[in-house]
Design a binder for this molecule. Structure first.
Ligand code: BGC
Length: 609
């Protein structure tokens, strides 16, 4: 028999449905957006030929790797990288226009898939003269300030966008086990928990909600074990067990995936003899399946031909830095491999989906071009003030006898010694204007000496190489340290290279010259890692680890003269002797018999002095 329904019976299901939608609306926004993106990705993928798919998996340089710009269209290139080599133009507008022209080529293709433009902006937009350059990550690690690190990353993202890019190959979330490694300064800390917090802050700052034109896609790198190779050799082998990898090295990646990092770069190193580029268990199983990473796994430089060709694709690499002659080798090699069933169509589809997904998440299909109105923000006062704050908070005070610091502003004579005191290139380290950094001043940056002069009424004498004798000075500020380096050029190879774990003889003499005469002496160490300076710490009155502060050298002076207190805490335990460097020591590492000179987390302040 037909039973007529009451009004409440008729409307109840609709009301419940509506309430469910409304209540879940907030949490569901991302979910719904993700679903819509997945639909778009699938529809686009369905239209693509194998050539178009392999094209998306290719990244090339804007000035090399192609016969002409037309290759962007004819080879269906997915991404362009700017790194060491000719600049895209004279000023930011020219950079933007260069990338706009390449983007137009990509959009002229049948499916009009936009390009990703990537750059190693590892401490600010460090490839651009006039950009705000932050302390390298080791200095940011010393600040322990996640709010500051997030803000620094936001500024970096904006300046990266302002020069025409939508992707940065940062942050480096390595855990350096050995100070001999040439990339220690690219990492935040030897400490896993601190690195994990910093990685999250950095990625959140760089990516924001990904869609707006002020943020960029981030890359957590280098997966995994880059800083844990035996003897600290860049690209070497690590003997860590899977358990140690999971405990010590994986947490920053977990945090990165949780923060929805867009890309993860695989590392040059191998793990127990298996190249990370071809490490199926760690890339496919751990990173993609277990951690649920749904973004792009990108190879490192020339990774295809260096680390096993199609093996790297089968292990889970989605996009290849097809540089230095690798483009055709990669594209043809992969095409043949698919035809011969050596790489499945499923694997190719998975790789391409990940790339398209990020392009949709970035909103590139709607907004493929750079924004000219951002250009005026590059190196702006606001940005520089934030970088200055980062410098101040990164400084670690290791010694301050008899209140040598802060320096009185009304002393009569201050002598400043050392080429690092008046050179923004030297104070900034590698990955500054050039891959290997520079020994020259660069645009918009302030030296430590300039900062000192701005902060005192004293007569400030600069004795660059300690050739003069200013023993009548009230205080000597001696600035010493490492010259810039990047990657393997920074490795310390036990006598085989020029680099050492100690100060150069020349710099040791600068300090000895003044301390031996009884002049009150402050040493500022500019370095990408702790150096063995036990003797110099003992002989000086005050000693500061300033890391690689970047463009705002006056941040150092503001703390020296007491406008601000010291806040920085050691992101690495500090070695007592060269012998101690055979492995790390301290709480985190294996050789517990070795005690560092200073523990991880050490740092004096004026208050507790
Ligand atoms: C480095 C990466 C960098 C890439 C692109 C490689 O040599 O290991 O960290 O992102 O070059 O410049």
């Amino acid at each position: 028999m037909f039973k007529s329904k009451t009004a409440s019976e008729i409307y109840l299901p609709f009301i419940v449905f509506l309430l469910l939608i409304l209540s879940g609306c907030k949490n569901n926004t991302n979910f719904n957006e993700d679903l819509i993106i997945e639909k778009k990705v699938d529809s686009l993928l369905n239209l693509m030929t194998l050539n178009e798919k392999i094209g998306q998996m290719s990244q090339v340089r804007h000035f090399a790797d192609m016969n002409s710009d037309d290759d962007i269209a004819t080879k269906f290139i997915g991404s362009v990288i700017h790194t060491q080599g000719p600049n895209p133009g004279k000023d930011a507008l020219e950079w933007q226009n260069r990338f706009k022209a390449l983007q137009e080529k990509a959009l002229s293709t049948r499916l009009g898939i936009p390009l990703l433009f990537g750059v190693d902006a590892v401490h600010g937009q460090n490839t651009f003269q006039g950009a705000t350059i932050f302390p390298h990550n080791i200095g940011l690690g010393a600040t322990q300030n996640t709010t500051l690190v997030k803000k620094a990353a936001q500024i970096t993202a904006l300046e990266v966008q302002a020069t025409g890019f939508n992707w940065t190959f940062s942050p480096c979330v390595a855990i350096p086990f050995n100070e001999k490694w040439g990339r220690v300064y690219e990492a935040f800390s030897e400490n896993t928990a601190l690195t994990t917090k910093m990685a999250k802050a950095s990625i959140e700052g760089l990516q924001g909600n990904l869609k707006d034109s002020l943020t960029v896609m981030a890359t957590a790198k280098h997966f995994i074990g880059d800083g844990a190779t035996d003897f600290g050799v860049e690209g070497g082998n690590t003997s860590l067990s899977m358990k140690e990898v999971a405990e010590k090295l994986l947490p920053p990646y977990k945090a990165a995936v949780k923060a929805k990092v867009g890309a993860i770069m695989v590392s040059f190193n191998s793990l127990k003899g298996i190249s990370m580029h071809a490490h199926n268990v760690l890339v496919n199983d751990t990173l993609k399946k277990n951690l649920g990473f749904d973004g792009v796994v990108i190879s490192d430089w020339k990774g295809y031909s260096r680390f096993g060709k199609i093996d790297i694709i089968n292990a889970g690499v989605d996009m290849v830095m097809a540089v230095d002659g690798d483009l055709d080798v990669f594209q043809n090699g992969l095409k043949d491999a698919v035809k011969n069933n050596l790489v499945t169509m499923d694997r190719i589809n998975d790789a391409v989906k990940r790339i398209l997904r990020q392009k949709f998440r970035l909103g590139l299909f709607k907004n493929p071009y750079p924004t000219p109105s951002l250009i005026s923000k590059i190196g702006s006062l606001n940005h520089r003030n934030k970088a200055k704050q980062a410098v101040r908070e990164s400084l670690v005070l290791l010694k301050n006898n008899n209140n040598t610091l802060p320096i009185h502003k009304n002393l009569k004579k201050i002598v400043v010694v050392g080429e690092h005191a008046n050179n923004t290139g030297l104070q900034s380290g590698g990955w500054t204007m050039f891959w290997q950094g520079t020994g020259e001043n660069y645009k918009g940056a302030t030296t430590i000496l300039e900062g000192i002069k701005n902060n005192t009424i004293a007569d400030v004498i600069y004795d660059k190489e300690a050739t003069e004798n200013h023993f009548d000075a009230d205080i000597a500020i001696i600035v010493v340290g490492e010259t810039p380096y990047a990657e393997m050029f920074g490795d310390i190879t036990d006598g085989k290279g020029d680099r050492k774990l100690t100060l150069s003889k020349k710099h040791q003499k600068y300090i000895a010259k003044y301390t031996e005469k009884g002049v009150k002496t402050v040493v500022i160490l500019i370095s990408g890692r702790p150096l063995v300076t036990t003797k110099q710490i003992n002989s000086s009155d005050a000693f500061i680890a300033a890391w690689l502060p970047g463009s705002e050298g006056d941040g150092v002076a503001e703390v020296l003269f007491g406008d601000y207190d010291f806040k920085g805490k050691l992101p690495h335990s500090w070695p007592k002797s060269v012998e101690d460097f055979n492995g790390k020591y301290g709480v985190n590492f294996w050789d517990k018999s070795k005690k560092p000179l200073f523990d991880f987390g050490f740092g004096l302040t004026y208050k507790n002095n």
